[in-house]
Design a protein around this ligand. Structure first.
Ligand code: PMP
Length: 399
């Protein structure tokens, strides 16, 4: 029998997190710091806008690029917040989450064999989506001792004549690291010098605690080589609504729209109506959620450091990425044993790239009570598994 699955899909690794979450589902009394989504329900006014739109019979397709009012609201918000101007008609595309925007962007720009620089640890979809689009993912490490910030020198060292694009994500999933103006300027200079397109996944932009978010496209010269990807999932607690957007120069957005119109047609009407309400009147609700994440971050990161899981201060998003070196366990062993012994779910760092080995991702999008209980359980676990110096040394040399 001929193989039924395409080679590219056959060879695609399954998500490293899936096996782990299958196990979580079989256990009781688990505190999950594993999932990458807000613990809040979408603010009521946003839900109500969707209900209203359904009641009034808005049940049709929208235009391929998205509701004109939503595209206008997105462009207005970006101009006001970051000073970046996009034409709603030709430079804004509403998508089914940032997930679709990412897929469209890669498919629109890559020719077979083109290389995409991907700073790691990174969001789990970047490598597979690059491969599915015919590209070659090239991992570039970010390091704890550099606060996991992307460094232009490291990117430069990975550039070849086949390098076509750079995938950026800040604030970052899983490290929480963001980028300051000097970092961004150095990256922008590199992109300019090597004529790279930058896919800038800024989905956690509104969840920036340490310093205000700087939009890459706002740097001189970058608007025309940047595809800004953002959405509503994180800032407005709207993961299940599946709505996001891409903004960029008209040629790139036009190419993405071509694929989108044949594959997705449009994002769902009620979700777009809800997203419009989020932009029009949802800022207060968003800011309240952000204030809570900020408070949880402060406490949770301090406690992780105190119990022997050293953790840099995350700039944004809702993840802490502590080192588990003190236990001598691999990331997977740590996550699995912590789950079995103490019923706390975290994600092994190597799910986000090989450089994530030695770390775990803990989401603090959980109630303070759960976070405090999780820390108490983790402390017991870390004490029990404190590696003897000899054992640490053996582990270190065997990796
Ligand atoms: N990018 C990053 C960095 C993410 O963490 C996520 C979700 N976890 C996404 C994109 C996908 O978001 P959406 O719900 O908008 O598809």
């Amino acid at each position: 029998m001929k193989p039924r699955i395409a080679h590219g899909v056959q060879s695609l690794p399954s998500s490293g997190i899936r096996r782990f979450f299958d196990l979580v589902a079989t256990l009781d009394d688990v505190i999950s710091l594993g999932v990458g989504e807000p613990d809040f329900v979408t603010p009521w006014r946003i839900r109500e806008a969707a209900i209203y739109s359904l009641e009034h019979g808005f049940t049709q397709y929208t235009s391929n690029a998205g509701l004109p009012a939503l595209r206008t609201a997105i462009a207005r918000m970006l101009a006001q917040t970051y000073g970046v101007e996009y034409h709603p008609e030709s430079e804004v595309l509403v998508t089914v989450g940032v997930s679709e925007a990412l897929d469209l962007a890669l498919r629109a720009i890559l020719n077979p064999g083109d290389e995409v620089l991907i700073p790691e640890p990174c969001y789990v979809s970047y490598r597979p989506c690059t491969t599915l689009a015919g590209g070659i993912p090239v991992g570039v490490p970010t390091l704890a001792e550099e606060s996991f910030r992307v460094r232009a020198e490291r990117l430069a060292a990975a550039i070849t004549p086949r390098t076509r694009a750079l995938m950026l994500n800040y604030p970052n999933n899983p490290t929480g690291a963001s980028l300051r103006r000097a970092n961004l300027q150095a990256i922008a200079d590199l992109a300019e010098q090597h004529d790279l397109i930058v896919l800038s996944d800024e989905i956690y932009a509104d969840l920036s605690y340490a310093a205000p978010h700087i939009c890459l496209a706002s740097l001189p010269g970058m608007r025309d080589r940047t595809l800004l990807l953002n959405g509503f999932s994180k800032a407005y607690a709207m993961t299940g609504w599946r709505v996001g957007y891409a903004c960029g120069p008209a040629d790139l957005i036009g190419a993405m729209t071509k694929i989108h119109q044949y594959t997705m047609l449009c994002a769902s009407m009620p979700s777009q109506q809800a997203a419009l309400e989020a932009l029009r009147n949802g800022q207060g609700d968003r800011d309240e959620m952000v204030a809570q994440y900020s408070e949880r971050r402060r406490l949770f990161v301090r406690y992780l450091n105190e119990i022997g899981l050293p953790c840099h201060e995350p700039d944004g998003a809702f993840y802490a990425f502590p080192s588990i070196g003190s236990t001598g366990l691999s990331s997977e062993a740590f996550a699995e044993q912590l789950l079995r012994e103490e019923r706390v779910a975290v994600v092994p760092g190597n799910a986000f790239g090989a450089v994530g080995e030695g770390y775990v991702r803990c989401s603090y999008a959980a109630s303070l009570a759960d976070l405090l209980e999780a820390v108490a359980r983790m402390e017991r676990f870390v004490r029990r598994h404190a590696a003897s110096p000899a054992r640490t040394a053996v582990t270190a040399t065997s990796q």
